[in-house]
Design a binder for this molecule. Structure first.
Ligand code: NAP
Length: 248
């Protein structure tokens, strides 16, 4: 049949056909053409997938593993500079959405790599105080920090962390540090708000469905001393602001 297309006279004996080499080349060319087309389509699909991952449709499992990658990846350990502080500053650090959403199903609901890096930069070398649920939302204690976990369960054991049942004792465990951080979650933020001197809040300019929320900041008690807006990008779908509040 192929011979017929090329007008070959050796119609039935294709093996003797003088156009054989030509046919093979044409078939080869066709095969390579289809293969490249296939590869182009696959690469385009990977690109789309990547964009999806970066965008709003990012899955909860991906958010968790991306957040953990940033929190636990080895990096230069920043020196504890709290000795430079003249007085002790208890700092509450949180990231909350426009509707005060903090997390859902005992996990974070977004992945903002730069914010996590900032969290790491600020807290490394310091004591970090957290609730039992937040501790359990992480794969292990955060490295290069004194992890302090609050629970009412007197028998609770937390690998790599100190465990306590009262606010006073938690703060006492952090007494060597001039800048201990309260790192959440919602119950612990509410509990420690009155003991804090500073709030480092990352306000994510988006609303999220959540089951835990950041407590209201009483404007009569707190001053905004610093604010920095970070615009969304192709890789980072939410704009956010770093806001520092100091107690009046
Ligand atoms: N966006 C952010 O910046 C951020 C930061 C941290 C966490 N989160 C999110 O917040 C959520 C977890 O927050 P959460 O409010 O559910 O839990 P949590 O504050 O992390 O921990 C609550 C636990 O702390 C213990 N606790 C609370 N009050 C206490 C008290 N007065 N004395 C002794 N122990 C006390 C209790 O532990 P027992 O039940 O063992 O007694 C309680 O169940 C997660 O979704 C997490 O991902 C978000």
């Amino acid at each position: 049949m192929v011979c017929q297309i090329f007008g070959c006279s050796f119609k039935s004996k294709i093996t003797n056909c003088p156009h054989k080499t030509y046919f093979s080349r044409t078939l080869c060319f066709l095969f390579l053409f289809l293969l490249s087309l296939y590869l182009i389509l696959i690469l385009k699909d990977i690109g789309k997938f990547d964009l999806k991952r970066r965008g709003h449709s990012i899955k909860q499992d991906d958010i968790k593993s991306l957040n953990e990658q940033v929190l636990y990846e080895d990096e230069f350990v920043f020196k504890n500079n709290s000795t430079m502080l003249k007085k002790k500053i208890i700092t509450l650090i949180a990231a909350a959405a426009e509707n005060d959403a903090l997390g859902k199903d005992n996990d974070l609901i977004w992945h903002i790599s730069e914010d996590l890096k900032r969290f790491k930069r600020l807290t490394t070398g310091h004591a970090i105080i957290m609730g039992r649920k937040t501790f359990e939302s992480m794969p292990k204690a955060l490295p290069n920090r004194t992890n302090i976990v609050l629970t009412r369960n007197k028998n609770y054991k937390a690998d790599g962390a100190l465990v306590t049942s009262t606010v006073e004792e938690a703060l006492d465990l952090a007494k060597e540090d001039n800048q201990p951080f309260i790192i959440g979650g919602a119950q612990i933020y509410s509990l420690f708000m009155e003991y804090c001197d500073r709030i480092e809040l990352t306000r994510v300019h988006h609303e999220f469905e959540a089951d835990v929320f950041f407590p209201k900041i009483d404007a009569s008690k707190w001053n905004i001393s610093k604010k920095e807006f970070v615009s969304k990008t192709e890789n980072q779908p939410y704009s956010y602001s770093y806001i520092t509040y100091d107690k009046k």
